[in-house]
Ligand binder design. Structure first.
Ligand code: PMP
Length: 305
């Protein structure tokens, strides 16, 4: 991925893709204290636009605050950087990766006094869990790994180190032939996917774990709340057990990368009819209308680049 043409924004400058490098003694590389975002840009009739740029950038700054990382760049500067990267790389649509990390001045565990850096890259990226998965639904396995407890590495920050847990869970599930992992919290309740929030539908009501289960406060999750309200579908945040998922009518994952991906199976138990369910399809279609700029109500969520 490092050997390609294009530009990456690094600490206020657009640098050539191949030159966007850091030192091996970078603090974050050793101890994992860093934060990032995943953002998408979509090709709309009005041109390319970044979806919910403000919310993603605000979450990045919140992550920095939680991690006590003093930021040199503010909201507007980081928003401009993201737009510039999409423009400079001539992307009609794609995935953006802003990241903040601690520099290499010294390597004790305490990062106090080290510099904090920021970068934004962007590249084309299709359906994260596959085009086929978007239509047919994916197969998911409950992970043997527990999702982070809320008082360990902080679950409302999108931290670099939180993703070791996601990587382990995803590798275990995919090695076993599944598409993605579902993690339970330390009390055994459903938390989230390795990189997605989860929703289950039963008797016409949509349920999602409340944030005390350690799930990230997903921006797509929030978009689903708006969609359900618009469609007159009741949505409840609550503790969800693993077996409630087995007996649900429909289920789906959400995330910036995963968008709205139906789940057709958990632990070899067929969910509902074993395909994308009708309510999931409605929500998925409403989601794509919004991100592609076909729903004027949410035009303010699209920032033209
Ligand atoms: N949970 C985890 C662990 C994630 O990595 C993501 C992706 N950022 C999400 C949930 C969904 O968040 P969002 O909709 O903001 O992308």
């Amino acid at each position: 991925m490092d050997d390609r043409d294009g530009k990456i924004w690094m600490d206020g400058q657009l640098v050539d893709w191949r030159d966007a490098k850091i030192h091996v003694l970078t603090h974050t590389l050793h101890y994992g204290c860093g934060a990032f975002e995943g953002v998408r840009a979509y090709k709309t009739a009005e041109g390319t636009a970044i979806f919910r740029l403000r919310e993603h950038t605000q979450r990045l700054l919140n992550s920095a605050k939680i991690l006590r990382m003093p930021m040199r760049f503010g909201l507007e500067e980081l928003e401009e950087a993201q737009k510039a990267v999409v423009r400079e790389n001539q992307l009609e649509s794609g995935y953006l990766r802003p990241l903040i990390w601690i520099g290499s001045e010294k390597l004790g565990v305490s990062p106090k006094g080290n510099t904090v850096h920021a970068m934004v890259a962007a590249w084309p990226w299709g359906a994260y869990l596959g085009e086929e998965g978007m239509k047919r639904g994916i197969r998911v396995k409950t992970s043997s790994y527990t999702r982070h407890h809320v008082n360990i590495t902080m679950t409302q920050a999108k931290t670099v180190s939180n993703y070791t847990n996601s990587i382990l869970a995803n590798m275990e599930a995919t090695d076993d032939g599944y598409d993605e992992a579902l993690l339970l919290d330390s009390a055994g309740f459903v938390s989230e996917g390795a990189g997605e929030n989860i929703f289950v539908i039963k008797d016409g009501v949509v349920y999602t774990p409340d944030l005390s289960a350690g799930a990230l406060n997903g921006i797509t999750r929030n978009t689903i709340f708006h969609i359900c309200k618009d469609l007159g579908i009741e949505l409840v945040q609550k503790r969800i057990t693993r077996d409630e998922v087995y007996i649900c009518d429909e289920a789906f994952f959400t995330g910036t990368a995963a968008e709205v991906t139906p789940i057709r199976e958990l632990d070899r138990v067929q969910l509902g009819c074993g395909a994308r369910g009708p309510i999931t399809e409605k929500i998925q279609s409403a989601f794509f209308d919004i991100v592609f700029g076909r729903n004027p109500k949410y035009a303010h969520w699209l920032s033209p680049v």
